[in-house]
Design a protein around this ligand. Structure first.
Ligand code: ADP
Ligand code: MG
Length: 552
């Protein structure tokens, strides 16, 4: 066929396919979830584009997904009447890896000996179908398009793209058909009960009807296709929420927090949000993008509307507005005052929910803090309005060896202690041997040991908690004299001879000259002879160090 053109896969795709084909991964079921999720995305995209161009749907069928097993042909077909792909889109989207998740997966893969354990943790998308199929044919017509193209691959080095046969072109009036030629050991996916089991487990929350088209008998819908967030809390079980979380967030873990409510009033909207219990790979990507999905009256609009501040970007879920216009463009969303209101109200609600969780379910709160505390702390210098609340939520490793809140810290203040002390550094171990801790240790004063990169930033803002300033032990003058020494320290000091301070200082100043601004006697040290500190007004020494590293 002269119209057939062969293409090579991007190197990462070949690597991924190699793994798929040779995988010993047993949970192959996920391929169906991935293909149905793509079909659902395609239906979402069509519904969104059809707001401006209703003719894209026109007299055609409403967006839906069909799963069609054929024992005769040993094929399983996943068809959707969504947006479809034109020739170039087939080449671009099914020949490269665009999404960062899959990229991260491939990167990890080259490090791991056996990558199969990783498949379950990352959604590996379309290519996961090669776990069950030795040949895949994709037939697609872009909505509104005249041409129908086929993409064919056996999972090796490349794929072929050709115009569809007349018969295929006639059948595919809009959207995409993915035909999987099943491997011998994957024939179970032709059984209707297997298909139903998987769809119920993974894809029940898909918004569009998923129709099972058996070889004999009538097609029937096998998902509930309800917008779960529109239902009332009392109808829903924890399992319903966990399932919704996994399908909406494309997640594999359990949610550590679920927030479901309906706001009525000036604006009406439904909110269903989750905090994951484990850290995703892309948490610290420079774009700091959130992924909460915006719906308008149950129509998906975008997951790119920054519905929460960047420091809550780990939160997943849906906000479904009753009042926003359906034809709002993604660009217009940037400056929409109604959306700004929603953002503000939902942010406040998420934070108060975290506060409650910390009170009532410390185990789950700790999971969130351990995974996302470093992100939430970004809010300490970005969100002035909520700074005090965030500071109260924060948990810190301290010299006590425990994770503590500032409230707990303040409850344990020593006699005459009016400040909260901290040290910033690379690791708890290194901080523990820092000589600047000595004076605090001698008085039994607790010190926060801060080791996240973000700590150097928010601490430079000179915050207070409960009227007590946070003070770095590596900066400026700290007078520990008013705080009494611990009994052990007193005993130890009495055994030491007194030194002539003035003479010693004059001698050190003379020998260091311009290298230092001042030399002072300090109550900070008990066993070390000396230490360097930054002046009270300049940047913290740790911040200086980080800034100079970044400048390199
Ligand atoms: P992801 O869904 O995360 O983008 P996938 O590997 O699952 O990654 O899919 C890659 C891309 O292929 C999708 O982003 C989409 O552009 C395209 N695609 C896959 N399946 C379909 C489909 N059924 N209809 C339209 N486009 C699709
Ligand atoms: Mg996908």
């Amino acid at each position: 066929d002269t119209a057939t053109v062969s293409h090579s896969f991007q190197a990462e795709v070949s690597e991924l396919l190699h793994l798929m084909v040779h995988s010993v991964y047993s949970e192959t079921d996920i391929f169906l979830r991935e293909l149905i999720s793509n079909a659902s995305d395609a239906c979402d995209k069509l519904r969104y584009e059809a707001i401006a161009k209703p003719e894209l749907i026109g007299e055609g069928e409403a967006p839906q997904i069909r799963v069609i097993p054929s024992k005769a042909a040993s094929t399983l077909t996943i068809a959707d009447s969504g947006i479809g792909m034109d020739r170039q889109e087939l080449i671009d989207h099914l020949g490269t890896i665009a999404r960062s998740g899959t990229k991260a997966f491939v990167q990890r893969l080259s490090e791991a000996k056996d990558g199969s354990g990783l498949i379950g943790q990352f959604g590996v998308g379309f290519y996961s179908a090669f776990m069950v199929a030795d040949r895949i044919v994709v037939i697609s017509r872009r909505a509104g398009g005249d041409e129908v193209w086929t993409w064919t691959s056996s999972g090796g080095a490349g794929f072929e793209v050709a115009p569809a046969s007349e018969e295929d072109a006639k059948r595919v009036t809009r959207g995409t058909e993915i035909v999987l030629h099943l491997k011998d050991d994957a024939k179970k996916y032709l059984e209707t009960y297997e298909i139903e089991r998987i769809v119920t487990a993974y894809s029940d929350n898909i918004q569009f009807p998923i129709m099972l088209v058996p070889e004999e008998g009538e097609p029937r819908q096998i998902n509930s296709a309800s917008a779960l967030w529109q239902r009332s809390k009392s109808e829903l079980t924890p399992e319903d929420y966990t399932k919704a979380y996994k399908s909406i967030a494309h997640a594999f873990d359990e949610p550590a927090m679920t927030l479901h409510y309906r706001a009525e009033g000036r604006y009406s909207y439904a909110v269903l949000l989750f905090a994951p219990s484990t850290k995703p790979f892309d948490l610290f990507e420079p774009a700091r993008k959130g992924k909460v999905k915006l719906y308008v009256r149950r129509v998906f609009i975008t997951d790119d509307a920054d519905l929460l501040p960047a420091y809550l970007r780990f939160v997943r879920g849906v906000i479904d507005s009753e009042d926003l216009p359906l034809n709002i463009s993604r660009e217009m969303l940037q400056n929409n005052p109604q959306l700004a209101q929603i953002r503000k109200a939902v942010t406040t609600r998420v934070i108060s929910e975290l506060e409650q969780l910390a009170e009532k379910d410390a185990a789950n709160f700790d999971k969130i803090w351990d995974s996302f505390g470093a992100v939430i702390k970004e809010g300490l210098y970005e969100d002035f309005e909520r700074r005090d609340k965030l500071l109260a939520l924060a948990r810190f490793t301290t010299t006590s060896g425990e994770k503590r809140s500032l409230k707990q810290y303040v409850e344990g203040l020593k006699e005459n202690q009016t400040e909260i002390y901290f040290l910033v550094g690379d690791s708890i171990e290194r901080l523990k041997s820092n000589p600047r801790l000595e004076a605090a240790k001698a008085r039994g004063v607790e010190v926060l040991l801060l080791t996240d990169p973000v700590d150097a930033f928010w601490t430079s803002a000179r915050l207070e908690f409960d009227g007590k300033p946070l003070k770095s032990l590596s900066q400026g003058d700290i007078n520990f004299d008013p705080i009494p020494l611990s009994e052990e320290q007193k005993a130890e000091d009495e055994a030491k001879p007194a030194a002539d301070e003035a003479d010693t200082i004059a001698l050190i100043k003379a020998s260091l000259g311009d290298h230092v601004t001042d030399v002072k006697v300090s109550t900070r040290l008990t066993t070390s002879a000396s230490c360097l500190v930054a002046g009270s007004h300049g940047p913290d020494r740790e911040l200086e160090r980080i800034l100079s590293q970044q400048a390199r």
